[in-house]
Design a protein around this ligand. Structure first.
Ligand code: DP6
Length: 386
C-alpha cells in the first residue's frame, strides 16, 4: 500500500500537483476577493512593479459580461517586452466622490489613458474598497518602442493591478503569495483579459476547462509537466505594421457575439488545450507548431468571417509565413508563427535553434519588417516587484 503511494508520486508528480491546485481554485468565486477588513492603516507610500507582456498559444477571442472569457487560453509569459509602473499613494482626509489619480506615460501627463483607468477602477472598486480614500500618482513606461504595434494593455494593466495589490498587502500583511497572485490576476483581468496571464511565468492558463480545472476568474501558472524543449522558448516579434491597431480588442471580442462559427471555435480552443497538455509533456515540436499556427490562423479566420469583417494580415505577414513554411521544409528546424489581432508576426522557436533561426530572420525576414525592425524576446518568469 505504502509502496503504491510512493510510486504514484514518482510517476505523476506534476499532474498530481496540478490536480490539487486546480481543485482548490475551482472552488473560488469573485466573493473571495472582497476583503473582510484591513488590519493596518497606511497613510502614504510608493510601490514599483515591472510586468511583462505575454503571447497566447491558444487564443482568447470572445468574452462575456465582467471580462469572463468565452474559452480557455494559454500563453507564454515574455521577458523583455514589459511595462514598469510606479504607484504613489496618499490617504485623504475623507474619501472623495470620484477616483483621484494622475497618470504619466514616459514622464508626460497622459489624459488619453484616463478613461481606461477610470473604467478599470470602477470595475475593481468592490474588490479594493479603499480606492476612493487615496489620491494616486501613476508613472508608467514600456521597454518596447511606443509605436511598434505591440499592445501594452496586458503588461500595463497587470503592472497597475500588482501595484494596487502591494498597497492592499501593506494593509493586510499576512496575505499569502498565492492569494496575492490570484487576486492581482483577477484584478488585471478586469482591466484587460489577457493581462491576467502576465502575473506569473512561464506558461499561464486562464479560463474554465472541463478537464483542466482552470478558472475564468484569473490566470494560473500551468501546473503540469513541461518538457525541456519548451524551457527558454524564444519569441522574435517581427514588426510588419507599427501603426495603431486597426480593430480594438473590445470591438474584436464583440464580433464573436452572434458569429456563425463561434460555438465551434470555442469548442476547438478546449480541444487544443487538451492537445497542448500532451505536447508540453512530450516535447513534440511538430505537433506544437500545428496547434499554435492553427490557433493564429483561426483567430484571423474568425475576423475575416465576422460582420463587419476585417483583414488584419498584410502582404508582408503572408510573405513571412510562407518563408517560415519553406524554411521548415528545407531545414527540419522548428520555427513556428503566431499572430495577435494585427499584422505583426511572433516567431517562436526552441533556444537550441536560436543561431540558425536568427540568421534566417536576418537573411530572409527582415526585408518584410517595417523599417527592418524586430524585437528579440523569450519566455520569462513573470512580474517583478522593484
Ligand atoms: C488576440 O486582452 O486585449 O491578443 O479583454 O478586451 O482587453 P480585452 O482584450 P485583450 O485581448 C487579447 C486578444 C488576443 C489573444 C490573446 O491574447 O489571448
Amino acid at each position: 500500500m505504502c509502496t503504491k503511494i510512493v510510486i504514484y508520486f514518482n510517476w505523476q508528480p506534476n499532474s498530481l500537483r496540478g490536480k490539487i491546485i486546480f481543485a482548490e481554485i475551482e472552488e473560488m468565486t469573485a466573493k473571495d476577493f472582497i476583503p473582510k477588513k484591513y488590519s493596518e492603516e497606511i497613510r502614504e507610500g510608493k510601490v514599483f512593479w515591472q510586468s511583462p507582456s505575454n503571447i497566447a498559444l491558444v487564443k482568447y477571442w470572445g468574452k462575456r459580461e465582467n471580462q469572463i472569457p468565452a474559452n480557455p487560453s494559454v500563453s507564454f509569459t515574455l521577458d523583455y517586452c514589459k511595462t514598469t509602473t510606479s504607484l504613489a499613494f496618499r490617504k485623504k482626509e475623507k474619501p472623495s466622490a470620484d477616483f483621484d489619480f494622475e497618470l504619466f506615460f514616459e514622464d508626460e501627463k497622459k489624459e488619453s489613458f484616463r478613461p481606461k483607468i477610470e473604467q478599470f477602477f470602477k470595475r475593481i472598486e468592490a474588490y479594493l474598497p479603499f480606492l476612493k480614500e487615496y489620491s494616486f500618482t501613476i508613472h508608467t513606461s514600456n521597454s518596447f518602442p511606443h509605436s511598434s504595434g505591440i499592445a501594452s494593455s496586458a503588461s500595463g494593466m497587470s503592472a497597475l493591478a500588482l501595484c494596487l495589490m502591494s498597497l492592499e498587502k501593506q494593509r493586510i500583511p499576512d496575505m499569502n503569495e498565492d492569494y496575492f497572485n490570484r487576486k492581482a490576476s483577477f484584478l488585471a483581468r478586469l482591466g484587460s483579459g489577457s493581462a491576467c496571464r502576465s502575473i506569473e511565468g512561464e506558461l499561464v492558463v486562464w479560463g474554465a476547462h472541463e478537464t483542466e480545472g482552470s478558472s475564468d476568474l484569473f490566470g494560473v501558472k500551468y501546473p503540469y509537466e513541461v518538457h525541456e524543449n519548451f524551457k527558454d522558448y524564444q519569441d522574435v516579434i517581427l514588426l510588419v505594421d507599427k501603426g495603431e491597431k486597426q480593430v480594438s480588442s473590445t470591438v474584436g471580442h464583440d464580433l464573436m457575439n452572434g458569429h456563425p462559427f463561434a460555438e465551434q471555435r470555442f469548442e476547438q480552443a478546449h480541444e487544443n488545450l487538451i492537445k497542448l497538455r500532451d505536447i508540453f509533456k512530450s516535447g513534440d515540436l511538430v505537433a506544437f507548431t500545428e496547434v499554435v499556427e492553427s490557433e493564429a490562423l483561426t483567430l484571423h479566420a474568425m475576423m475575416m468571417s465576422s460582420r463587419p469583417y476585417f483583414l488584419l494580415m498584410k502582404p508582408n505577414t503572408l510573405a513571412i509565413i510562407n518563408k517560415i513554411f519553406n524554411f521548415r521544409l528545407k531545414t527540419g528546424l522548428h520555427p513556428c508563427f503566431t499572430l495577435d489581432a494585427g499584422a505583426n508576426v511572433h516567431l517562436l522557436f526552441p533556444k537550441k535553434e536560436k543561431e540558425a533561426i536568427l540568421n534566417f530572420i536576418e537573411e530572409e525576414l527582415v526585408e518584410h519588417c517595417q523599417d527592418g525592425q524586430y524585437i528579440k524576446d523569450e519566455v520569462g518568469a513573470g512580474a517583478k516587484k522593484i
